[in-house]
Design a binder for this molecule. Structure first.
Ligand code: C5P
Length: 241
C-alpha cells in the first residue's frame, strides 16, 4: 500500500508510478537479488531479470520474483534462428514473464517468432497476454538513424508490443510506432554518474520525452541510500507525468 502523505513517496509510490518503474536486478546471486527486490518493492512494480541473474538462477528467479508480487521483465535479448527463439519465448511465457526482449536487428520473422512463442506459452498456462519487446540499438553499438528506423519498423510489423530504446531516440520511435510501449534504460538522476551508459537521461527527461517504462539499475542498487534514491526517482516520474 503506498502512502502519499506529508512525506510523499518515502514509504512507497502509487501503483500507477510503480507500474512504470522496472528494477534491474543485475546480480549473479538469487539471494542478493531477492533481498534487494523485497526492499525495493514499494517503489517498483517490475523486476528485470537479465542474462546475469538468469544464468545464475534460471526459471527460479522468474518464479520467485512473481511470488514477491512483481511483473517480471525477462531481458534475455534473444537472437537465434526463429524456431529457437519461438521455443525459448514459449518457455518464458509459460513461466509467467510479462515482458521479454528479442533483438530487432534480426528482422521481422525472428521477432514474430518471439511474439508468437511468448503469447502461446502464456496462453497455454492460462495467463494474460504478455508483451514482447524489440531491442532497437544497444548503447554499446554504433548504429545510424537508419538502423533505428528499420528496427522499429520490424518490431511494429512483427506485432511486438513495445521496444527498448534510449531516451534520445524516443521522438523517432514514437513517430514510427505511436502505439508501442517504450522501455528506456540508462536512467540517471541529475548528479549521478553515467557508469557505462552512453546516452543517459534523467527520469524527468525520459518521461517528458514519452518513456513508458523506465529501467533503473545502479542509480538505486549502487546508491549509498537505495530507499532515498528510489523514492526520489518515483517522485520525479510522478511530477513529470
Ligand atoms: O545502468 P543501469 O544499472 O541502470 O542499467 C540498467 C540496465 O540498462 C541494465 O540491466 C542493462 O540491461 C542496460 N544497459 C544498457 N547499456 C549499457 C549498460 C546497461 O542498456 N551500457
Amino acid at each position: 500500500m503506498s502512502v502519499e502523505t506529508g512525506d510523499e513517496f518515502v514509504d512507497g509510490a502509487p501503483d500507477a508510478i510503480r507500474a512504470r518503474l522496472a528494477l534491474a536486478l543485475d546480480f549473479d546471486d538469487i539471494v542478493e537479488a531477492l533481498r534487494v527486490a523485497r526492499v525495493m518493492r514499494p517503489w517498483f512494480g517490475v523486476a528485470k531479470v537479465g542474462l546475469e541473474l538468469f544464468s545464475a538462477a534460471g526459471p527460479e528467479a522468474i518464479e520467485a520474483l512473481i511470488d514477491e508480487g512483481y511483473s517480471v521483465f525477462a531481458d534475455l535479448k534473444l537472437l537465434d534462428i526463429p524456431t529457437t527463439v519461438n521455443k525459448a519465448a514459449r518457455v518464458m511465457g509459460s513461466l509467467g514473464a510479462t515482458y521479454l526482449t528479442v533483438h530487432a536487428r534480426a528482422g521481422v520473422d525472428h521477432l514474430a517468432a518471439g511474439v508468437e512463442g511468448f503469447a502461446t506459452g502464456a496462453t497455454m498456462a492460462g495467463l494474460a497476454l504478455p508483451i514482447c519487446l524489440g531491442i532497437t540499438v544497444l548503447t554499446s553499438e554504433q548504429a545510424d538513424p537508419g538502423s533505428l528506423e528499420s528496427r522499429v519498423r520490424f518490431a511494429v510489423e512483427a506485432g511486438c508490443g513495445g521496444v527498448v530504446c534510449a531516451a534520445s531516440d524516443l521522438g523517432a520511435v514514437r513517430a514510427l510506432g505511436p502505439d508501442l510501449l517504450t522501455v528506456v534504460p540508462g536512467i540517471r538522476p541529475a548528479g549521478v554518474g553515467a557508469d557505462d551508459q552512453a546516452r543517459p537521461a534523467t527520469p524527468q527527461e525520459a518521461v517528458t520525452a514519452g518513456a513508458g517504462l523506465l529501467v533503473i539499475g545502479r542509480a538505486v542498487t549502487h546508491a549509498s541510500d537505495p530507499v532515498l534514491a528510489a523514492s526520489g526517482i518515483a517522485r520525479a516520474v510522478s511530477s513529470a507525468s
